[in-house]
Ligand binder design. Structure first.
Ligand SMILES: [Fe+2]
Ligand SMILES: [Fe+2]
Length: 471
């Protein structure tokens, strides 16, 4: 009995952290009054812990209840996520876990940058099964303000968790409004919503995890689900922060290279990474690669592609910025960026570093053997001597993928020495060089997904303008 008496007030306090919009069917106590009494996500997470619902060790965690055991597998998978280094891979995983746990039909992860929320990941079983579906891009290219004009905006602005039973029946006094713009554009019907903040160690809101339509819209999210998802998001916050730091470090390296070669910008690196990841996915699906291997490889590829030209930090900017033709010796020195880049990652053994070395070294190899640096006798030798060009599948898969993504994005981008090519011109170039410069299988997969590539170009070019350092 004593134990029950101690638990009761903690449980009541926990529920106050969750705001449920008054939908007309709920008793008055579940309405705006409750919405005003929500608390910060950090406090909410602590309360969940005190209520015995969390499985993790940490301050204040002493016992595990039945609810903990239900949440256990999801939280363990979430903890596994903290090993993911790439931010996009991590967010994708966290969103999938939260949806699986709550049986939500759809969901999205937004990251906050400069007072706005950017969609980073969106999953919706009713609208798009395929990652490159055109409708998905309606979401991914959308941006929300951090304010009370939308549910995610409100969560980001206040740090509160919000539960809504019917998005179209949110009462004015709830403190937030439902922004129906995306429903109008996509034809989707949002009903129940659960939105929780993703919070950093210092309690700053990094973003928002939003789940939509429990059981396909036939149910509402239970308050218990909000507590579990809050815990997932609390775990995610640390992992997101770490992945963000890794990504920012990678982009800092890219920016250093960009000081030498202004054409190799962070925005170019980001687009190359996204295109390469999408192309690998198409290849992996065709080859029936297991979901686990697919996820691990994509994650490594994402970072490796960002860093494909990082070796340019070691090349003189006099050469990289030289107008007009380079002499053969100068061309060789510029081409050494492949070797310098690979050397940065040679002394480590993680799969990410191996992928980064592989891509940096081989992204200028050509399918017909005409590329560089070729088969070198000693990658670490003080004097760099290129070998005979690698051919066909001798060139590592990830490098063959990045080669297509890099060339395509360079062609459609403005450079000091050329105007941007049109999409058709760039695609025609890839087609004409299939089997010559590029792996023919990858080239045909690339050419078969024009809308996905166009969406990536649009999305990341918008983001480069809106939030150059925002992720
Ligand atoms: Fe390069
Ligand atoms: Fe590049």
């Amino acid at each position: 009995m004593k134990k029950k008496q101690r638990r009761r007030p903690l449980k009541r306090r926990t529920k106050k952290n969750v705001s449920r919009a008054k939908s007309g069917k709920k008793p008055a106590s579940h309405g705006p009054r409750r919405a005003r009494r929500t608390s910060s996500p950090a406090r909410s997470a602590r309360d969940i812990t005190r209520d015995g619902l969390a499985t993790q060790s940490g301050p204040g965690v002493r016992r595990k209840g039945a609810a903990t055991r239900r949440a256990g597998p999801a939280l363990r998978r979430s903890a596994d996520s903290s090993r993911l280094r790439d931010l996009d891979s991590l967010l994708d995983r966290i969103l999938a876990e939260a949806r699986r746990f709550t049986r939500a039909e759809a969901g999205a992860v937004y990251l906050a940058a400069r007072g706005r929320l950017h969609f980073n990941f969106v999953q919706n079983d009713a609208l798009f099964k395929d990652e490159g579906a055109a409708l998905k891009q309606e979401y991914l290219t959308s941006v929300l303000p951090v304010d009370k004009t939308s549910i995610p905006g409100y969560v980001a602005a206040t740090g509160k968790t919000v539960l809504v039973d019917d998005a179209y029946r949110v009462k004015k006094g709830a403190g937030y409004a439902f922004n129906a713009e995306l429903d109008r554009r996509t034809g989707y019907r949002t009903r129940s919503v659960l939105a929780v903040p993703v919070v950093a160690r210092n309690n700053a809101v990094l973003g928002v995890l939003e789940l939509v339509n429990a059981a396909g819209g036939r149910a509402r999210f239970a308050p218990g689900a909000a507590l579990y998802v809050s815990q997932l998001a609390a775990n995610a916050g640390y992992a997101v922060e770490n992945a963000r730091l890794t990504r920012e470090m990678a982009f800092r390296m890219v920016e250093m290279a960009a000081l030498r070669d202004p054409s190799e910008t962070a925005a170019h690196a980001e687009r190359v990474s996204a295109i390469a990841s999408r192309l690998y996915l198409a290849w992996a699906k065709k080859r029936a690669v297991s979901p686990e291997e697919r996820r691990a490889t994509r994650e490594a590829l994402r970072l490796a592609a960002i860093l494909h030209d990082v070796g340019k930090v070691a090349v003189s900017d006099v050469l990289l910025k030289k107008p007009g033709m380079l002499t053969p010796r100068e061309r060789f020195l510029v081409r050494c960026h492949t070797v310098y880049g690979a050397r940065l990652f040679l002394n480590t053994s993680s799969p990410w570093d191996r992928a980064a070395a592989e891509v940096a070294l081989n992204h200028h190899e050509q399918w017909n053997g005409g590329g560089y640096p070729g088969r070198m006798a000693d990658l670490r030798a003080r004097v760099i001597v290129f070998g005979p060009g690698k051919r066909g599948k001798e060139i590592p898969l990830l490098a063959r993928i990045v080669a297509i993504a890099d060339v395509y994005d360079s062609l459609v981008s403005r450079r000091a020495y050329k105007k941007p090519w049109t999409e058709d011109e760039a695609r025609e170039f890839i087609r004409s060089k299939s089997g010559v410069l590029f792996d023919p299988e990858l080239a045909s997969l690339f050419l078969a997904m024009p809308s996905a590539i166009r969406a990536i170009e649009t999305r990341y070019r918008q983001r480069a303008v809106a939030a150059p350092r925002g992720r």
